[in-house]
Design a protein around this ligand. Structure first.
Ligand code: GH3
Ligand code: MG
Length: 480
C-alpha cells in the first residue's frame, strides 16, 4: 500500500513553514514506519522510538515539541511515558498526542490525567491527525510567546530601567550564591563599590537629562570593563554601582578599579549634552575564600566596600581604597595620580602580593590634623588602644623626621623615600590625612629622583607631621 501524505488542514498558515519536530513512539514497526512516512511527507521532521523508555532517552538528548505516542507498548507504555515527561519538566513544553485503540470515556480521562494534551483513536484518520497537529502547533506557539514574555518580565524584574545594570533585588538574590561558591570551593571573590564624585554638581550644571545620560554612560564603561561571562554590575544606589568579580583576587580587583578610575578621569563620558568630565571613587574588597572566612557574610562584604568608599571620598575623591579579608592584609590606598610604587604592582594583575599593604587611612576630618573620632570609630571605640597608638606615633615621628632632614641635606633619595614611606604609613594609620598626603608626595618625588622641590615637600611634611603629633599630645592630655 502506498503511503499518502497527510492532507493539509484548512487552518494552515505561513507560520507552519518551520514545522516542529515530532517524536513518534510505537512498538509496532509497520505502523511506526507508515505513520512516520506520512508525517515526513507532510513536512514534519520525525524521529522514532520503539517504546516509552527509548522515547524518554531521546527526549533527554534533544527537544521534540510534539510527542505522538501509542498507548500499549513494552518496557514503558504510553501512559507512563506521559507521566514521566510531565515529571521531567523539560526546558520547553512537549505537546503529547496519545494514539490508541482504547477509546472509552474512562480511557480518555485516564490518558488526559496522565498528562496527554490530545487523544486520537486508532485507526487514525489522516484528516483528524493533520488537524490535531495544527492544534498542537497553535498551542506550542502560544506557549512560546508566553515563555518569552515571562523571560522578558523576569529580566525586567532584575534590571535597572535607566542603565540596564542589575538591580538590588538581583544583587540580594545572587551575591549569597556567589559567596556560597567562594566558601565551598575556596575561590576568591571581590566587590568594587563605585560612586561618581560630586554628581549633584553635574545635574546642577547640565540638567537632570544629561545627568541620567552620564549615569548610563558610566554604567556602560563598567560593563565594557568587566568579563561579561562572569562579572556583573549592579546599580546599588542613585549614582553608586557595585561590581561583583568572582574568581578575582584583591590585586586584580584593585587593578580593575584603577583601570575604570583612570579611563573615567582621562575621558569623562559622552552624553547627549556633549562631553562631561567626571571622576569616581572606589571601595574595593575581597575574600580569598579560605575556610576560616566561612562566617563572612554578604553584609560584611558590602559594608567593607562601603567603608572603603567612604574613606576614599573623605580622602579627596577620585581614588581607590581597598580592604582584603586575607589574613594579615590591611587597607591599601591608591594615590591619585597613581604613584609609581603602587602603579607598578597594579599593572601586573597577577602580582597581587606585590601590591603593598599599608595601614588603614583614617581620614575624614578636614579641619583637624588628625581625624580622632574616625580613628576611635575604626577601633570600635577602644580608647586604650587609640592612646597607645597615639603615643607610639608621637614617639616614632621625631627620629623619622630627623633622619629625613639629614637625608634631604645629603641628597640621599633612597633614604628620603623610605622615611617618607614610613611616615606615610604611620600617618595614615593614625588618621593624619594631610601628613599622609604630604608624605606620599615626597615619596613619589624621591622615587622619581626629582631634586626640585624635595626640600619644600620635606618641610611641608615636617610641618604636617608636627601638627599631627601636637594634636595627639593635646588629645592625650585633655581627653584621654
Ligand atoms: P559625592 O562625591 O560625595 O558622592 O557627591 P555627590 O554629589 O555625587 O553625592 P550626593 O549623594 O550628595 O548626591 C547624589 C546625587 O545623585 C543627588 C541625586 O539627585 C543624583 N541622582 C541620583 N539618582 C539619579 C538619577 O537617576 N539621575 C540623575 N540625573 N541624578 C541622580
Ligand atoms: Mg556621588
Amino acid at each position: 500500500m502506498q503511503a499518502q501524505p497527510l492532507p493539509s488542514s484548512r487552518t494552515e498558515t505561513a507560520c507552519d513553514a518551520a514545522k516542529p519536530a515530532i517524536l513518534l513512539v510505537d512498538d509496532e514497526p509497520t505502523t511506526r514506519m507508515m505513520t512516520a512516512r506520512k508525517l515526513r511527507r507532510a513536512g514534519y521532521e520525525v524521529d522514532v522510538a520503539e517504546n516509552g523508555k527509548e522515547a524518554l532517552d531521546r527526549l533527554r538528548q534533544r527537544l521534540f515539541p510534539i510527542l505522538l505516542t501509542d498507548w500499549e507498548m513494552p518496557a514503558m507504555d504510553g501512559l507512563e511515558l506521559c507521566r514521566a515527561v510531565r515529571a521531567a519538566r523539560f526546558d520547553s513544553y512537549v505537546y503529547i498526542i496519545l494514539l490508541t485503540a482504547r477509546n472509552s470515556k474512562a480511557n480518555v480521562i485516564e490518558g488526559l490525567e496522565a498528562g496527554a494534551d490530545e487523544y486520537i483513536s486508532k485507526p487514525v484518520n489522516d484528516h483528524e491527525l493533520a488537524a490535531r497537529l495544527q492544534t498542537a502547533q497553535r498551542i506550542l506557539r502560544l506557549e512560546q510567546s508566553l515563555r518569552a514574555a515571562n523571560q522578558r518580565n523576569l529580566l525586567l524584574s532584575i534590571t535597572d530601567a535607566l542603565t540596564g545594570a542589575h538591580n538590588r533585588h538581583y544583587l540580594m538574590s545572587q551575591l549569597p550564591k556567589e559567596l556560597g561558591r567562594t566558601h565551598r570551593y575556596a575561590r576568591p571573590l571581590s566587590a568594587v563599590l563605585c560612586d561618581i564624585d560630586r554628581f549633584k554638581t553635574i545635574n546642577d550644571r547640565y540638567g537632570h537629562q544629561v545627568g541620567d545620560d552620564a549615569l548610563v554612560q558610566f554604567a556602560a564603561l563598567l560593563q565594557r570593563s568587566i568579563r561579561s561571562e562572569v562579572d556583573w554590575v549592579v546599580r546599588y544606589g542613585g549614582e553608586e554601582f557595585l561590581v561583583v568579580l568572582p574568581e578575582t583576587d584583591f590585586g586584580a580587583a584593585l587593578a580593575f578599579a584603577e583601570r575604570v578610575r583612570n579611563a573615567l578621569e582621562a575621558q569623562g563620558v559622552e552624553t547627549t549634552g556633549g562631553s562631561v568630565s567626571m571622576t569616581a571613587s572606589f571601595g574595593v574588597t575581597s575574600y580569598s575564600g579560605a575556610s576560616d572566612q566561612a562566617k563572612l557574610s554578604v553584609d560584611t562584604l558590602i559594608a567593607a566596600a562601603d567603608a572603603c568608599l567612604y574613606r576614599a571620598k573623605r580622602a579627596g575623591r577620585n581614588r581607590i581604597i581597598g580592604k582584603s579579608f586575607d589574613e594579615g592584609a590591611s587597607t591599601v590606598i591608591l594615590e591619585r595620580p597613581a604613584d609609581r610604587h603602587f602603579g607598578d604592582a597594579l599593572h601586573d594583575e597577577t602580582a597581587a602580593a606585590k601590591v603593598e599593604s599599608i595601614p588603614a587611612p583614617v581620614t575624614g576630618n578636614e579641619t583637624e590634623p588628625v581625624d580622632w573620632p574616625g580613628l576611635l570609630e575604626s577601633l570600635d571605640g577602644d580608647e586604650g588602644f587609640a592612646r597607645e597608638l597615639a603615643q607610639t606615633y608621637i614617639d616614632s615621628v621625631d627620629s623619622l623626621l630627623a633622619d629625613l632632614a639629614a637625608a634631604v641635606d645629603r641628597g640621599d633619595y633612597d633614604t628620603v623615600r623610605s622615611k617618607a614611606h614610613a611616615l606615610k604609613g604611620a600617618s595614615a594609620e593614625i588618621g593624619a590625612c594631610r601628613a599622609a598626603d604630604a608624605a606620599a608626595k615626597l615619596e613619589t618625588a624621591a622615587l622619581a629622583g626629582e631634586p626640585d622641590g624635595l626640600g619644600t615637600l620635606a618641610a611641608k611634611l615636617t610641618r604636617d607631621v608636627g601638627a599631627a603629633a601636637d594634636y595627639l599630645r593635646s588629645k592625650t592630655s585633655s581627653e584621654l
